[in-house]
Design a protein around this ligand. Structure first.
Ligand code: COS
Length: 384
């Protein structure tokens, strides 16, 4: 749902300018240094990028899902690492509080997340539980007014930067599977919480992940989300429904950027006496990419509009995430192919995108998990 087209256009224009004038020129620096310059982080804060989806009453922009994906299409025309820094505050690192937090928790944390004063992270994955998220082992055992937390979380995006973590932990260790899991807010400076070394990744340099380790970490019971124990897995799944639409949107933005670069190169690069764009085999790659991006963009917008209508979008979010992230991988591959030898060289930047977007098919649920969710929902619908 778009509330006011004119206001939205102003936002989208300013994001587009920010991407073009400030982010794209810094891409290679970020990739080399593995850091986003502090001046850019300040500009992101000024633009309100950390609070796009946080309600206005808590200092955010309160964008609808449709408005948010349109903003994501713009910002993901720059390296995915830039988006990664503010994406958890709009997505998995804040939505647990937005969706299932009480007034006090919202008042306490959302304004600081919206301004970018603190970063929010989402702690679900563990060394032995990734796709099978309901099998997680981290425990949060009640002791008076506190939970005592023990366990290790893995691949935590923005883990090193975060000020708060939405942690999924087992409050009822005797209850196996998702039903024994609760969601709890943990502040960074809680004694017993430590951050592992920053992971060395295939791509997305500048965006950091690490282990988050909890050793007898005491957290007040007032930090429990959703009002009672045992609802944490559902909180996580609801958060991921929204997150998956956003990863799909990010896949579209990145694919559009790669196709723009490939088209430009194909029009400039001359072989056999003419620009390679005039050869039909190159045209096929350009055309397939254009059509697939259009399909993914339409799916993302439809899923977003449905969510704005208050509909259950579990299936549509998974369809969009699966299709758009796989599409983005194909576009990345074709873009490298169109660039030819230059596509394999770091200085042209396209190989960096190729590595960066590989993650879209993995995080917030692999393609195989999206297939499983879609098919399960279809069967449930048919048999009910
Ligand atoms: N919204 C609300 N509730 C949901 C939900 C959703 N989207 N999806 C599942 N639930 C509920 C179910 O209704 C069920 O509740 P009841 O027991 O009351 O019926 C409960 O959660 C457990 O669901 P389910 O039985 O489907 O759990 P499974 O253990 O079979 O796991 C998958 C389901 C595999 C889909 C889940 O573990 C998953 O998404 N894994 C991938 C995790 C992931 O994306 N990790 C990425 C890391 S985070 S960046």
């Amino acid at each position: 749902m778009i509330r006011d087209q004119e206001t939205l256009n102003i936002l989208l224009d300013s994001l587009s300018r920010f991407v073009r004038e400030r982010l794209i020129p810094q891409e290679s620096v970020v990739a080399e240094t593995d850091e986003i310059p502090a001046s850019l982080v300040s500009e992101m804060k000024e633009l309100g990028l950390f609070g796009l989806s946080i309600p206005e009453e808590y200092g955010g922009m309160g964008l609808t899902m449709e408005e948010e994906v349109l903003a994501t299409f713009e910002v993901t025309k720059a390296s995915p690492a830039f988006r990664s820094l503010f994406a958890t505050n709009n997505g998995i690192g804040a939505q647990g509080i937005v969706l299932d937090g009480n007034d006090e928790q919202k008042q306490k944390y959302l304004p600081r997340l919206a301004s970018g004063e603190i970063i929010g992270s989402f702690c679900l994955t563990e060394p032995d539980s990734g796709s099978d998220a309901g099998a997680l082992r981290t425990t949060a055992i009640r002791d008076g007014d506190h939970y005592v937390i023990n366990g290790t979380k893995r691949y935590i995006t923005n883990g090193p930067e975060a000020g708060i973590y939405t942690l999924m932990a087992r409050t009822a260790p005797d209850v196996k599977g998702p039903a024994g899991v609760s969601a709890i807010i943990v502040e960074r400076d809680t004694p017993g919480l430590s951050v592992g070394k920053i992971d060395k990744k295939m791509g997305q340099k500048g965006a950091h992940t690490a282990d988050i380790i909890f050793e007898n970490c005491r957290v007040p019971v007032t930090n429990l989300l959703a009002g009672r124990e045992g609802l944490g897995f559902k909180t996580a799944m609801k958060v991921l429904d929204k997150g998956r639409i956003n990863i799909a949107a990010a896949s579209v933005g990145a694919a559009e950027r790669m196709l723009e670069e490939a088209l430009k190169y194909a029009c400039e690069r001359v072989q056999f006496g003419k620009p390679i764009a005039e050869f039909q085999l190159i045209q096929a790659m350009l055309a397939d990419s254009k059509a697939e991006i259009y399909a993914a963009r339409s799916m993302v917008l439809d899923a977003a509009r449905r969510r704005d209508q208050g509909l259950d979008v579990g299936t549509e979010a998974s369809c969009a995430k699966m299709f758009a992230s796989e599409m983005c991988g194909r576009v990345a591959d074709r873009a490298v192919q169109i660039f030819g030898g230059a596509g394999y060289l770091a200085e042209y930047g396209i190989e960096r995108f190729y590595r960066d977007v590989r993650l879209f098919r993995i995080y917030e649920g692999t393609t195989q998990i999206q297939q499983l969710v879609i098919a399960r929902n279809m069967i449930r619908e048919y048999t009910k």
